[in-house]
Design a protein around this ligand. Structure first.
Ligand code: HEM
Length: 486
C-alpha cells in the first residue's frame, strides 16, 4: 500500500513537472514585458499617457526596456504591443487568417457580427473588394468631385468673416463635419440634403456615442440609446434599399453604379442566384461603414488646419501652389470646372501636406487584432487568444523612421514614398487597408484648395487631445478674412 502511494506521488510530481515544463517551453518566445497589477494590468498608465501631449510615451518607455515588441496587460487582457513596422505588416497582412479584429465589447455589440469591420474570411474579402473597387473607381471620383466642391462651398458660404472691429470665430472641428457627413451619406446611399439627411445625422450622432461606453444594455444607458438609434437608421436604410431593388428589377437597363447600396445589391459573385447578399446584411453594413468614415475625415481636415497654422512656411507654399492652379484654370476658361485629377495630380505639395498631416495626426493610433492560434512573427510568439496592438503612432513618430519626427515637415515627402511603405500606415494595411483611402485624399485636397484660395485665417491657441480619440480641445477656433482673388 505504502509502495503504491509512493509510485502515485512520483507520477504526480512528474506529470506536474512535465505540464509546467511544456507551458514554460510554450511561453518561450513571448515578448518581454510586464503584466502590471492584478486585473488592472497596466491600464491606468496606458490611459494616462493618452491624456498627455505625447501619447506614445507608454510605448516608448517599454520599447526602451523590452524592445520594439513587448507584452503588457490592458483591462485584464494580455496584449502584445508591436511598434515594429515589419511585425505590424505581418499582422495586418494576416496570411492564413490567424488574426481577427478585436474591438471592445460595446463596439462589438453595436456593430453586429456581419459588419465589414468584424467579419472574416471569404465573405470579408468579397465585401472589402466590392466596396474598395467602387470607392477607388475613377467614375466615382469624377462624379463625387463636384459634390465635394459644392459641400465645401456651401459650408464656407455660412462662415462669418472677421472685419475691422468685428471678430467672428469659426470652429473648424464642427464646421468640417458639415462637409464630410453629407459626402459620406451620398457615397454610401445617395441621400442628398433634406429631411432624410438631417434624420440620419441626428441618429448617427446618438449611435456613435455608444462606441466608447460601458457595455451595459439596460434602458437609459448610452449603449441602449445607441442601439435604438441604430434601429431607427436601419429602418430608413432598409426602405431605401427595398425601393432601389424594386426600381432595379423594373428597369431593363442597369445603368451606372451610383453608391455602395448599388454595389452590394448588384453582387452576383457567389452563384447564379439573383442576389447573393441578404437585404439586412446590406443595410447593416451601410450603417457600419459610416463609422470608419465619419470621425476620421473631419479630424484630418481639422488637424491639417492646426498644423498649417503652426507652420507658416508650409502654409505659404500651399497657398502659392493652389493659387497657381486656380489662375491656370481661370486662364483656360475652365474656372470652376476642376476634375479629380486636378486635385490629385496637379498639387504635389498639397499631397505632401496631406501625408504629413496623416502621419502626425495618427487619427487611428493603433489597430487591434486577436490571434486564433499560436503564431511566431520575427521570432516573437503570439499565443492563441492574445490581443495584438499594432501601434501605428509609434512607427510614425519614431526618430529612426522620420528625422525630427515631431516637426511638421511636408517637404520630407519629396523623398519618401507613400505607397508600399511599412513606416507610413495611417490607413492601415493588408487585408483591411482602408477602402476610403483615395476618397479621403481627394476630399482633403478639395477642402484645402478652396480654403487657402478663399481665405486667410488667424488661429486661436488650441491643443490636440489624444484620448479617447484625437480631437482639438477647443474645436480649433479661427477667424477668417476673404482673399480678393486676382
Ligand atoms: C483620413 C481618413 C481615414 C482614415 C485615417 C482611415 C483609416 C482607416 C484604417 C486605419 C482602417 C483599418 C482598420 C483595420 O485594419 O481594422 C480603415 C478601415 C476602413 N475604412 Fe477608413 N479611414 C479614413 C477614411 C475613410 C472613409 C472616408 C471611408 C468611407 C467612405 C472609410 C471606410 C473604411 C472601411 C469600410 C474600413 C473597413 C475595411 C475592412 O475592414 O475591410 N474610411 N480606415
Amino acid at each position: 500500500m505504502e509502495w503504491n502511494i509512493g509510485v502515485w506521488v512520483v507520477v504526480g510530481v512528474v506529470v506536474v513537472w512535465w505540464v509546467l515544463w511544456k507551458e514554460n517551453k510554450k511561453k518561450c518566445g513571448i515578448p518581454k514585458g510586464s503584466s502590471g497589477w492584478p486585473l488592472l494590468g497596466e491600464t491606468l498608465e496606458f490611459i494616462a499617457s493618452g491624456y498627455t501631449s505625447t501619447p506614445v510615451s507608454f510605448m516608448d518607455k517599454r520599447k526602451s526596456l523590452y524592445g520594439k515588441v513587448f507584452r503588457t496587460s490592458i483591462l485584464g487582457t494580455p496584449v502584445i504591443v508591436s511598434t515594429d513596422p515589419d511585425v505590424n505588416k505581418a499582422v495586418l497582412q494576416n496570411q492564413g487568417n490567424i488574426f481577427i479584429p478585436a474591438y471592445p465589447k460595446s463596439i462589438q455589440e453595436l456593430m453586429g457580427k456581419h459588419s465589414i469591420l468584424q467579419m472574416n474570411g471569404n465573405l470579408h474579402r468579397k465585401v472589402h473588394a466590392l466596396i474598395g473597387g467602387f470607392l477607388r473607381s475613377p467614375q466615382l471620383k469624377a462624379r463625387i468631385t463636384k459634390e465635394i466642391e459644392n459641400s465645401v462651398k456651401h459650408c464656407f458660404s455660412n462662415w462669418k468673416i472677421t472685419t475691422a472691429g468685428h471678430s467672428h470665430l469659426i470652429y473648424v472641428q464642427d464646421e468640417v463635419k458639415k462637409i464630410t457627413f453629407p459626402i459620406l451619406v451620398k457615397v454610401l446611399m445617395s441621400v442628398g440634403p433634406g429631411e432624410d439627411l438631417d434624420f440620419l445625422k441626428k441618429e448617427f450622432e446618438e449611435f456613435i456615442k455608444g462606441l466608447i461606453c460601458l457595455p451595459i444594455k439596460l434602458p437609459g444607458t448610452t449603449l441602449h440609446k445607441s442601439l435604438k438609434a441604430k434601429e431607427k437608421m436601419l429602418k430608413m436604410v432598409q426602405k431605401i434599399i427595398t425601393e432601389r431593388k424594386m426600381l432595379m428589377e423594373k428597369a431593363d437597363e442597369k445603368g451606372a453604379v451610383i453608391d455602395a447600396v448599388d454595389v452590394l445589391l448588384r453582387d452576383r459573385s457567389d452563384s447564379d442566384a439573383k442576389q447573393s447578399l441578404p437585404l439586412d446584411f446590406i443595410s447593416g453594413n451601410i450603417i457600419e461603414m459610416m463609422i470608419p468614415g465619419e470621425e476620421t475625415m473631419p479630424t484630418a481636415m481639422t488637424l491639417a488646419v492646426k498644423f498649417l497654422s503652426d507652420c507658416p512656411v508650409a502654409l505659404n507654399k500651399l497657398v502659392e501652389e493652389n493659387m497657381e492652379l486656380m489662375i491656370k484654370k481661370q486662364k483656360t476658361d475652365s474656372f470652376d470646372d476642376y476634375s479629380w485629377t486636378d486635385y490629385m495630380s496637379s498639387l504635389p505639395f498639397t499631397q505632401h501636406v496631406i501625408s504629413e498631416t496623416l502621419r502626425m495626426a495618427n487619427i487611428i493610433n493603433a489597430i487591434w487584432r486577436k490571434s486564433v492560434q499560436d503564431v511566431k512573427i520575427k521570432g516573437y510568439l503570439i499565443p492563441k487568444g492574445w490581443c495584438v496592438m499594432t501601434s501605428l503612432t509609434s512607427v510614425h513618430m519614431d526618430e529612426k523612421n522620420y528625422e525630427n519626427s515631431y516637426q511638421f515637415d511636408p517637404w520630407r515627402w519629396e523623398k519618401i514614398p507613400v505607397v508600399n511603405n511599412n513606416c507610413f500606415t495611417p490607413f492601415g494595411g493588408g487585408q483591411r487597408l482602408c477602402p476610403g483611402l483615395e476618397l479621403s485624399r481627394l476630399e482633403l485636397s478639395i477642402f484645402l484648395h478652396h480654403l487657402v484660395t478663399s481665405y486667410r485665417w488667424v488661429a486661436e491657441k488650441d491643443e490636440i487631445v489624444y484620448f479617447p480619440t484625437v480631437k482639438m480641445k477647443r474645436k480649433m477656433p479661427i477667424s477668417v478674412t476673404p482673399i480678393s482673388n486676382p
